[in-house]
Design a binder for this molecule. Structure first.
Ligand code: NAD
Length: 295
């Protein structure tokens, strides 16, 4: 299969690398950052200097980009007027964006004769590396069936949700819960620390108790305990997802109390210059408040 991959960041690079493992696949790649393009080339991908060239060689095109504005700019660069040399027939957009953005891109791609599917993922960088991601796919059933064998090479749990936009909707709900869990876990750890509890003890017991979540199970041992806050899921991206949920709440007239508070904590972390670090680094905001480290 001729597969295009645009956006080779924390998620995109391991997904593209896993696709390379199948000798039947050729991966055509592009990223804005030159050093990233070099790494992709070293990995065995066929690297181009523009997104359009990728779409002129691949059949299925993955987009793993930070936000909807960048997806928009990328699609604009691909759909150059008068360009009849596109080979791509299906776009699998694994970026986390608003459902209404997915619907907009779906209609736009349709006009260009290309099937668009919102395919946001969950499972973090670890899931992307291990090929165990969860995919939530919105789009026509026939297009879903077409990309399913490729998704199976990089994911474990793959769901067809319905029309374009429905994958993005469930992804936003998931990340809303993730954001709230992140903040409540940090607050719990801070309280425990102040009460004299050791972080490893809390980790052991909470993961066998009802406070367990992806945050306690994954983020606690991999980021908080080793105090390694780089890589992973950037606060800037989490805050973007939280805003998407809060905007949807305002549109649907749904009060979202916890997320509004969580968003203020993430905003404080961004103001402190922690936006590019993993979401677990919100811990530092609380540690400063109580003048103690969670250890
Ligand atoms: P990232 O910032 O690490 O990667 C984004 C990549 O896109 C970067 O390599 C960047 O150079 C590239 N890029 C930016 N503008 C570009 C352009 N115009 N053309 C080509 N490349 C461009 O982000 P990520 O963590 O890999 O996340 C990608 C998407 O997946 C986001 O929408 C994010 O919300 C979502 N997501 C992330 C995680 C996670 O744990 N990191 C998990 C699930 C979903």
């Amino acid at each position: 299969m001729k597969i295009g991959f645009i956006g080779l960041g924390a998620m995109g690079m391991p997904m593209a690398k896993n696709l390379l493992k199948d000798p039947e696949n050729t991966v055509f790649a592009y990223d804005l950052v030159e050093r990233t393009r070099e790494i992709a080339r070293e990995q065995g991908m066929t690297v181009f200097q523009t997104a359009r060239e990728v779409a002129e060689n691949a059949e299925i095109l993955f987009l793993s980009l930070p936000n909807a504005n960048i997806v928009e700019v990328t699609l604009k660069s691909i759909f150059t007027p008068g360009n009849n040399s596109l080979t791509v027939s299906t776009i699998a957009d694994v970026s986390t964006i608003a459902p209404k953005s997915s619907v907009h891109f779906g209609k736009w791609c349709e006009e260009e004769g290309i099937k668009y599917m919102d395919c946001p993922v969950s499972g973090g960088v670890g899931g992307a590396e291990k090929g165990t991601l969860t995919f939530m796919v919105g789009g026509e059933k026939a297009s879903f069936e077409k990309i399913l064998p490729v998704l199976k090479q990089i994911g474990k749990n793959i769901y067809h949700m319905g029309d374009v936009g429905s994958g993005s909707a469930v992804k936003i709900v998931n990340n809303y819960i993730l954001a709230c869990n992140m903040i409540s876990t940090v607050e719990g750890l801070i309280l425990g620390t102040k009460m004299g509890l050791d972080v490893r003890t809390m980790y052991d017991i909470i993961n066998k108790s009802s406070g367990r979540s992806f945050i306690t199970d994954n983020k606690l041992p991999n980021f908080i305990i080793p105090r390694k806050f780089d890589g992973g899921f950037a606060i800037n991206l989490q805050q973007k997802d939280l805003r998407l949920a809060l905007d949807s709440g305002a549109y649907e007239t749904v009060p979202l109390f916890m997320g509004t508070l969580a968003s203020q904590v993430f905003e404080s972390a961004i103001a402190k210059g922690l936006g590019a670090q993993d979401i677990t680094s919100v811990l530092k905001i609380y540690e400063e408040l109580i003048d103690m480290n969670v250890e």
